[in-house]
Design a protein around this ligand. Sequence first.
Ligand SMILES: [Cu+2]
Length: 470
Amino acid sequence: MVSRRKFLAGGAALGAAGAAIYATPLAKNLFLPPKANYVLTAQQSQWDFGGHINKPAQVFTYQKDQPVPLIRMQQGQPFYARLKNHMLEPTTIHWHGIRLPNAMDGVPYLTQEPVYPTESFDYQFTPKDAGTYFYHSHFNSLAQLSQGLAGMIIIDEVKKPDFDHDIPLNLRDWRINENGKYQNFLEPITAAKAGTFGQLKTANWQVAPNHIVKPNSLVRLRILVSDVTRIFKLIVKDSSNPEAKAKIIAIDGNPIDDIRDMGREWIGPGMRMDIAILTPDEGQTIELVNTSTNKPWVVASLTSQGQSQKRVWQDLKPLPQNPIEPLDLQGAEIKKFEFSASSGEQEDLGINCAASDYIFWAINKTAIGHLDPNSSSLRPAANLKLGKTYIFEFTNITPQTHPIHLHGFFFRVLSSTKRKIAPHWADTSLIRPKETVRVAFNADTLGNWLMHCHILEHQKTGMTGYINVS
Ligand SMILES: [Cu+2]
């Protein structure tokens, strides 16, 4: 294990903002030192959530008896990670939101063979874009994510933005009781509705962690929802000032065009949001609160202590844009996708990846719960030509909201039939009941790319498809 001193030394190399994170006492075990070569050993471990359960739970992680680590990459620099499988079942890693070659995308049977127990697999790519991303297992995903295999990635900008603190929050629930026992990962009754919610609510595998920050400082708070079910509705509360003191600066890793005040923000599974916070005076606290249920709860908090940094909002500068090629909307072809309950004409695609006996959902009336390359019925939901711009029209005819994720690309969320959308880049978008959302993207990378609902009980019971770019 890496010592705390080494963590701090690693942080110091990043400058003031980096050091601030590494020095956050509660989070000391979350961070691997920034480097180009990682070994990620998928393994069974134990974790007691700081005593919030009576007996440690059996979890899956990538470091012994510690939370899934945050991985740090550098924009434009090669990244390399060896995944070693020390579990008793196959696994893979998907680098959610990162634009990379298809063979590195981590989808078993579609882009690579599963990594079997005792085997390893080398992932190697150079991230083009900076921002906040997500890595997770894509094999038996519902069970492996539910037990832990889901972490945050920070890809540092070439020129580091000027924040006093950079704080990651990986939000998720655990379906475990006070004795560390898991409830079923797939519950048919709820899988056919909004999905099954967990009981133990955590940020960075901690219950309502409190971070000490400097008074009147600028914080970059990176929020990842890695939960397999819950759609959060987040607000920021300031104990000294009822007016919101938070601004949205990026969505799904991409800086938004116009920084705006944070209100009540819906963030679903797989989605990220970076917000800037101007911290209050000494002794005051800021809380991040989830209000998506009738009993709101504090997800995490920041308390001001120490020397004032005397920052003002004018110090907040827009983040540099990622290098995304302009869209050819004039020449774009429209492809329609309807997300529905399954019609009963489900495809029987054999065993594996998301094997389930239940089918409740479908994309364009095709229900794929499993991916089997040997099945003649496994075919793309759309065939795209390399280099062309496409508009995808997502229509949700179900009574549930679905966070739809497309692997391998950023799409521009253009418009909705039900609400006003400020166009922005994303890789996952919430499609509400009876809503049609239009997104557009450049099909600029070859391969088979998965597209699915990120409520994993929905993914696993039919709301999965893929597109082919050739
Ligand atoms: Cu869904």
